[in-house]
Write a protein that binds this ligand. Structure first.
Ligand code: ADP
Ligand code: MG
Length: 309
């Protein structure tokens, strides 16, 4: 559906997007996750043809967004971070204007307007000036504009920012409903948000793609790199000395407990689970381990590890 290849964007000297490569397949909900300033909006603006790239290309259903913008843009509905609203228009006028821009045929226009207003819960405010809308309703108007024409791909930049919890739940339900017959890409700097609705997570940090997988796979493949905790009835220096000989270990944090046993929190170098090596090593030294436990890394910890330096 979408191919992004070697996408790079510089603002002056600042590298905002750094050689991004990914593919978006049909029928999934993709989550663009990254801290503020990671490059999410820049990438989405390029993917939707609002901004030129410094390097690289974006293909939408085979159409290059730069070379065939009309064909490519027809496949996409976009809610930018700052929804484009025209304060002097009512909600209905604004959506009718958007429908004209999208060249929705006159015969279908009214029915579509009704449908998107119903989907986004805007019927009650359709006569109101967009300038007088609350943040939640302004966001819905932007969303309605993105859905108009029911393009196969819907891209939403931080769709729930500034909304209250009830509005967030509503927008999520709407996104799930849309995902039944559209490919949806949304961005957020909040992991819980992405995990809640997305079937595929793209983690972006400082303009680079640092992970791309299902939430389940991310947890499974990276949780093994969590800490292992062991306890042994032994001298602290002896435990430290044995651990220092193991190549698989990156760092060790040892403490002596009240009953004199030693507890060590161990971080492995790689992604593998080192519990069995630990068991065998200590058994080989004639030291029985009283505890051997893997602290699984949560998705929160994985996200933080991938996006902090
Ligand atoms: P995100 O949406 O993930 O918060 P952005 O794509 O908005 O990130 O920004 C990525 C980086 O590019 C940030 O460091 C931001 O300050 C910078 N940036 C964004 N837009 C501009 C611009 N028009 N001019 C200069 N720098 C920009
Ligand atoms: Mg942004």
């Amino acid at each position: 559906m979408i191919e992004v290849r070697h996408l790079t964007k510089r603002y002056g000297k600042h590298l905002a997007v750094d050689d991004l490569n990914f593919t978006v397949e049909k029928g999934q909900i993709y989550g663009f996750l990254g801290p503020n300033g990671a490059g999410k909006s820049t990438t989405m603006n390029i993917m939707t043809g609002y901004l030129g790239a410094t390097k690289g290309e974006v293909l939408i259903d085979g159409h290059d967004i730069l070379k065939e913008p009309e064909e490519a843009k027809r496949c996409i509905g976009y809610l930018p971070e700052q929804p484009p609203v025209y304060p002097e228009m009512t909600v209905e006028e604004y959506l009718r204007f958007a429908a004209e821009l999208k060249k929705i045929p006159g015969a279908e226009r009214e029915a579509q307007l009704e449908r998107v207003m119903c989907l986004t819960g805007l019927e009650g405010v359709k006569g109101r000036l967009t300038a007088n809308l609350s943040k939640g309703y302004r966001q819905r108007a932007g969303l309605a504009q993105a859905i108009l024409g029911f393009p196969p791909i819907i891209i939403l930049d931080e769709p729930t920012v500034g909304l209250d919890p009830a509005q967030i739940i509503e927008i999520r339900q709407l996104i799930r409903r849309l995902a039944k017959d559209h490919t949806v890409i949304l961005s957020s700097h909040i992991l819980a948000e992405i995990r809640e609705v997305c079937s595929h997570i793209l983690i972006i940090s400082e303009g680079k793609l640092v992970a791309s997988d299902t939430p389940e796979n991310l947890e499974r493949t990276m949780s093994g790199t969590g800490h292992v905790e062991i306890e042994a009835r032994e001298e602290k220096h002896k435990v430290e000395e044995i651990l220092s000989r193991m190549d698989e270990i990156r760092s060790v944090d040892c403490e002596v407990l009240e009953d004199g046993t030693v507890k060590a929190r161990i971080e492995a170098k790689g992604a593998e689970d080192i519990r069995e090596q630990l068991f065998l090593t200590f058994a080989g030294e004639g030291i029985p381990l009283r505890t051997l436990r893997l602290e699984k890394r949560t998705l929160e910890e994985i996200f933080l590890k991938l996006t902090q330096n």
